[in-house]
Design a protein around this ligand. Structure first.
Ligand SMILES: [Zn+2]
Length: 93
Protein backbone atom coordinates (compact mmCIF):
# COMPACT_ATOMS: atom_id res chain seq x y z
CA UNK A 1 0.00 0.00 0.00
CA UNK A 2 1.30 3.37 -0.88
CA UNK A 3 1.77 5.69 2.05
CA UNK A 4 1.68 9.46 1.89
CA UNK A 5 2.41 12.44 4.07
CA UNK A 6 -0.16 15.00 2.97
CA UNK A 7 0.15 18.74 3.54
CA UNK A 8 -3.06 20.71 3.95
CA UNK A 9 -4.02 24.34 4.14
CA UNK A 10 -7.38 25.67 5.34
CA UNK A 11 -8.39 28.86 3.53
CA UNK A 12 -11.08 29.58 6.15
CA UNK A 13 -8.71 30.14 9.08
CA UNK A 14 -5.30 29.98 7.38
CA UNK A 15 -4.17 26.88 9.30
CA UNK A 16 -1.49 24.58 7.91
CA UNK A 17 -1.35 20.95 8.99
CA UNK A 18 -0.12 17.60 7.81
CA UNK A 19 -1.25 14.04 8.21
CA UNK A 20 -0.17 10.69 6.90
CA UNK A 21 -2.56 8.45 5.03
CA UNK A 22 -2.57 5.36 2.89
CA UNK A 23 -3.98 7.54 0.11
CA UNK A 24 -4.27 11.19 -0.89
CA UNK A 25 -7.37 11.69 1.27
CA UNK A 26 -9.20 14.90 1.97
CA UNK A 27 -8.99 15.96 5.62
CA UNK A 28 -10.83 18.27 8.00
CA UNK A 29 -9.21 21.39 9.47
CA UNK A 30 -8.07 20.68 13.06
CA UNK A 31 -8.56 24.36 14.04
CA UNK A 32 -11.90 25.40 12.56
CA UNK A 33 -13.37 22.00 11.67
CA UNK A 34 -13.82 23.13 8.09
CA UNK A 35 -14.39 20.00 6.01
CA UNK A 36 -12.92 18.26 3.01
CA UNK A 37 -9.69 20.04 2.24
CA UNK A 38 -7.58 18.36 -0.39
CA UNK A 39 -3.83 18.12 0.19
CA UNK A 40 -1.88 20.79 -1.65
CA UNK A 41 1.19 18.58 -1.49
CA UNK A 42 1.76 14.86 -0.97
CA UNK A 43 5.03 13.17 -0.15
CA UNK A 44 5.27 9.53 -1.09
CA UNK A 45 6.44 7.67 2.02
CA UNK A 46 5.87 4.17 0.66
CA UNK A 47 9.62 3.65 0.64
CA UNK A 48 11.90 5.34 3.14
CA UNK A 49 15.60 5.11 3.93
CA UNK A 50 16.73 5.07 7.54
CA UNK A 51 20.22 5.09 8.95
CA UNK A 52 20.97 2.22 11.32
CA UNK A 53 24.45 2.49 12.77
CA UNK A 54 26.76 2.65 9.76
CA UNK A 55 24.22 1.00 7.46
CA UNK A 56 21.26 2.38 5.54
CA UNK A 57 18.05 0.39 5.65
CA UNK A 58 15.35 0.57 2.99
CA UNK A 59 11.90 0.33 4.57
CA UNK A 60 8.77 -0.38 2.55
CA UNK A 61 5.13 -0.14 3.51
CA UNK A 62 3.63 -3.51 2.50
CA UNK A 63 0.41 -4.01 0.52
CA UNK A 64 -1.33 -5.21 3.67
CA UNK A 65 -0.81 -1.95 5.56
CA UNK A 66 -4.02 -0.04 6.19
CA UNK A 67 -3.99 2.25 9.20
CA UNK A 68 -0.25 2.43 9.77
CA UNK A 69 2.64 2.13 7.32
CA UNK A 70 3.87 -1.07 9.07
CA UNK A 71 7.29 -0.57 7.54
CA UNK A 72 9.36 -3.63 6.85
CA UNK A 73 13.09 -3.58 6.18
CA UNK A 74 13.74 -5.05 2.73
CA UNK A 75 17.41 -4.28 2.16
CA UNK A 76 20.53 -2.88 3.82
CA UNK A 77 23.29 -0.89 2.19
CA UNK A 78 26.64 0.49 3.30
CA UNK A 79 25.86 3.92 1.84
CA UNK A 80 22.80 6.13 1.50
CA UNK A 81 23.52 6.54 -2.22
CA UNK A 82 23.28 2.78 -2.77
CA UNK A 83 20.04 2.61 -0.78
CA UNK A 84 18.65 5.52 -2.79
CA UNK A 85 19.57 3.80 -6.09
CA UNK A 86 17.75 0.69 -4.92
CA UNK A 87 14.59 2.70 -4.24
CA UNK A 88 14.77 4.74 -7.46
CA UNK A 89 15.49 1.73 -9.65
CA UNK A 90 12.48 -0.03 -8.15
CA UNK A 91 14.31 -3.25 -7.46
CA UNK A 92 11.69 -4.18 -4.91
CA UNK A 93 10.10 -7.59 -4.96
ZN1 LIG B 1 -9.65 26.05 9.35
Amino acid sequence: MAWYLNHYHCDSCDTEWEDDWSCCCDDDCPASGSRHWSPHESEDLTEVIEQDGDEFVVLVSPETAEHYPEYKAVARFPSEAAAHRFVVDGELT
